[in-house]
Design a protein around this ligand. Structure first.
Ligand code: FMN
Ligand code: SF4
Length: 679
């Protein structure tokens, strides 16, 4: 047997967990009508197949209709869920993996304007900044009802074959009663510690009475809320002790912090550029004060840190949650001695941001995650190996090369620059976001392993491509930066790429005109203020970084706030003119009003996304068998491309990513995966 600490079994009551690696509860928003249907089950089954010991499903399966779903939550309050839970647990158990679920009442952490339009309840009427509802203080009949609903939901999960449940106790109703920050009541449910503890205790008692002593019940709780008027460690430990004394809980999943807004949420779930495993020692401290098994997850995204957490006795089970969104087969790869092939989680937190922005969690660089029903994590071999030429070594091109090589094709990559990465390399020039390079480095290592030839400093034209004798050509040449249109003086505007690339370094007063709303302009702003310029950020949108998710906006906002940058919303740069003193007059207008104002600045920088770098593609179209045509239905369904419109053609031709139209890293990688896994 292996002596790897991560691979040792762990006994949780009657339940043997086969190793120490788990995925903590997280709501990917894959529910359909509030039910965990085929997509949900396939997502968890893939992680189970990948070898983890325990997958915690849902994230906040809601126990009551007056806890409206804030981010695609499962309806644990409905009897209809039981057969779906049974299918989910069966799919996970098939791979000898334990399956639990988190249940909760969101309390104030949701909005009222959805589903049944029931008013939101809280311990008191204290608004959560993130979800913005003004909660009704729960009345005694609400409290009695909700306690019963928790027990009903627990029973449903038990009936569906779950190995256990976890109560969400950070930022939700359960702990909104415990925390003096949210509980301002003066009745028997508020005030003293004993009174604030009454609701959580009654919930746990009702659950235990319903599910019996053999069923695993845990609590995922903030033992220190890190709020001036919140629960601190001594009180957190005291609450836990009460839960333990009565045998109400079987494990504690440790959280430190609060989630009242994106800034605080980001400290509990850190993104790239932030410290790794920031609360691991705190989890270890809690473990010293309790006999309960301790679980924990917070930016433990690499195997070495996970191993350290177990070896040093910080925790009993280590959560690697986003790490498994990036690679669901981590444990299998450890067992096979293939740790070096694990696709890294680069902390981009596109996954979490997307549950609010796009309505489903997707990994920035694993396009199969959450799409297991039609996208493979393991690429199958082809019976018809061919020669693929991929032009461009950005994320899309590298993914196309990787997937094609896994299929068994001979692959040649042509890259004009002396290095790989494309636009992603530019994004990673923000020191805070340099982990993004993991997306490129992992693929380069895989190409090396798979024997793919990458030719750098090679500008591909139609003749070169032709001499290579390719059967398939995939153009992944990316995009070229473009500036927003102005009425006059466009030549006086630098582009965001010039700033990020370091080719232009303005000083003094600078207007950054962002008519794109994405990371490029935000990174430019961050770099500019760090270089000491006095910045005004002008955008026609009603918020800055309109395409960037909340968690990713936190560090950008911090940089802008620290520098006291001026933010000008719903406005456009109209004209730029050189003054006699060498400075620039910038006329600023708006879509909403004919009135214009003028600023005097030293430089203007613009961003309007990218335009496709498609010259080579159009050169190649007449020589291709499909005249560049993509069968969309086959592309979407994951079937082979069979279009043949030119019998004189020499090769199939496709283009992917920003070479088609400016999009993002995930889109480029998804284009590549779904095209190439059937070629
Ligand atoms: C898409 C997504 C949704 C999440 N939803 C929940 C949730 O509903 N309940 C919860 O307790 N944690 C939730 N989390 C937090 C995770 O359980 C975990 O604590 C967090 O991702 C940090 O661990 P990691 O660094 O291993 O990913 C969510 C995380 C992600 C990425
Ligand atoms: S999107 Fe980023 S943080 Fe989320 S799983 Fe993928 S690599 Fe990790």
């Amino acid at each position: 047997m292996s002596d790897d600490p991560l691979l040792q079994p762990f006994q949780l009551k009657h339940l043997t967990l086969k190793n120490r690696v788990m995925s903590s509860s997280h709501e990917p928003a894959y529910s359909e009508d509030g039910m965990p249907k085929e997509r949900y089950a396939a997502y968890h089954a893939e992680k189970a197949r990948g070898g983890m010991a325990l997958t915690m499903t849902a994230g906040t399966a809601i126990v009551s209709p007056d806890s409206p779903p804030a981010f695609g939550n499962l309806f644990a309050y409905s009897d209809d869920i039981v057969p779906w839970i049974q299918r989910l647990t069966d799919a996970v158990h098939e791979h000898d993996c334990a399956c639990m679920i988190q249940i909760s009442h969101l309390g104030r952490r949701t909005g009222w304007g959805q589903d049944d339009w029931l008013p939101v309840v809280g311990a008191s009427s204290v608004r959560e900044p993130a979800h913005r509802a003004y909660p009704k203080p729960a009345e005694p009949w609400d409290i009695r009802r909700i306690i019963g609903q928790y027990a009903d939901a627990a029973e449903r999960m038990q009936a569906g074959g779950m190995d256990g449940i976890e109560i969400e106790a950070y930022g939700h109703l359960f702990d909104q009663f415990l925390s003096p920050h949210t509980n301002h009541r003066d009745d028997e449910w508020g005030g003293s510690f004993a009174n604030r503890l009454r609701f959580p205790l009654e919930v746990l008692r009702a659950i235990r009475a319903r599910v019996g002593t053999d069923f695993v019940v845990g609590v995922r709780m903030a033992l220190d809320e890190v709020l001036p008027d919140g629960v601190e460690l001594p009180e957190g430990l005291a609450a836990l002790q009460h839960y333990t004394n009565e045998g109400l809980v079987d494990f504690v999943n440790v959280v430190r912090g609060n989630i009242i807004n994106d800034v605080e949420l980001g400290k509990v779930i850190p993104i790239h550029g932030m410290a790794a495993a920031p609360h691991l020692d705190f989890a270890g401290l809690v473990r010293e004060h309790t006999h309960l098994p301790v679980f924990h997850a917070s930016k433990v995204d690499d195997v070495a840190t996970a191993r350290h957490a177990i070896r040093e006795g910080k925790v009993d089970m280590i959560g690697m949650t986003r790490a498994h969104l990036a690679d669901p087969h981590i444990v299998r790869k450890i067992q096979l001695g293939q740790e070096h092939t694990i696709r890294p989680c680069v902390g981009a937190t596109y996954c979490l941001d997307r549950i609010y922005v796009g309505g489903e969690a997707l990994c920035i660089h694993n396009a199969a995650t959450g799409r297991e029903l039609h996208m493979p994590h393991d690429i199958s071999r082809t019976h018809n190996p061919r020669h693929m030429v991929v032009v461009g070594a950005g994320p899309g091109g590298l993914e196309a090369a990787r997937v094609s090589a896994e299929r068994g094709h001979r692959v040649t990559v042509l890259e004009a620059m002396p290095w790989a990465g494309g636009q992603l390399r530019l994004a990673a020039r923000n020191p805070r976001r340099r982990d993004l390079m993991g997306i490129v480095e992992w693929r380069l290592a895989e190409l090396d392993r798979l024997g793919v030839e990458v030719r750098y400093d090679t500008y591909a034209d139609a003749d070169l491509v032709r001499t290579l004798g390719a059967d398939v050509v995939i153009v992944a040449t990316g995009g070229l930066p473009q500036n927003p249109a102005v009425e006059a003086g466009g030549d006086l505007m630098s582009n965001a790429w010039d700033i990020i690339g370091g080719d232009v370094s303005p000083t003094g007063d600078v207007v950054l005109y962002d008519d794109d709303g994405n990371h490029t302009a935000m990174t430019t702003a961050e770099l500019l203020v760090h270089q000491g310029v006095h910045l005004e950020l002008v955008t026609p949108e009603r918020t800055i970084g309109i395409e960037v998710g909340g968690m990713n906006m936190v560090p950008y906002n911090r940089a802008l706030n620290d520098a006291d940058a001026r933010i000008t919303l719903t406005r456009r740069v109209r004209r730029i003119e050189r003054r006699s003193d060498g400075r620039l007059d910038v006329e600023i207008g708006s879509d909403h009003s004919p009135v214009r104002q003028t600023r005097v600045v030293d430089a203007v920088v613009g961003d309007h996304g990218t335009t496709a770098n498609d010259e080579l593609y159009h050169e190649l179209v007449p020589r291709s068998t499909n005249l560049g045509e993509l069968d969309h239905a086959a592309f979407v369904d994951g079937r082979p491309q069979t279009v043949r419109t030119n019998t004189d053609g020499e090769f199939q031709l496709f283009r992917i990513g920003d070479a088609v139209a400016g999009r993002n890293i995930h889109a480029a990688i998804y284009d590549a995966l779904r095209l190439c896994h059937t070629l």
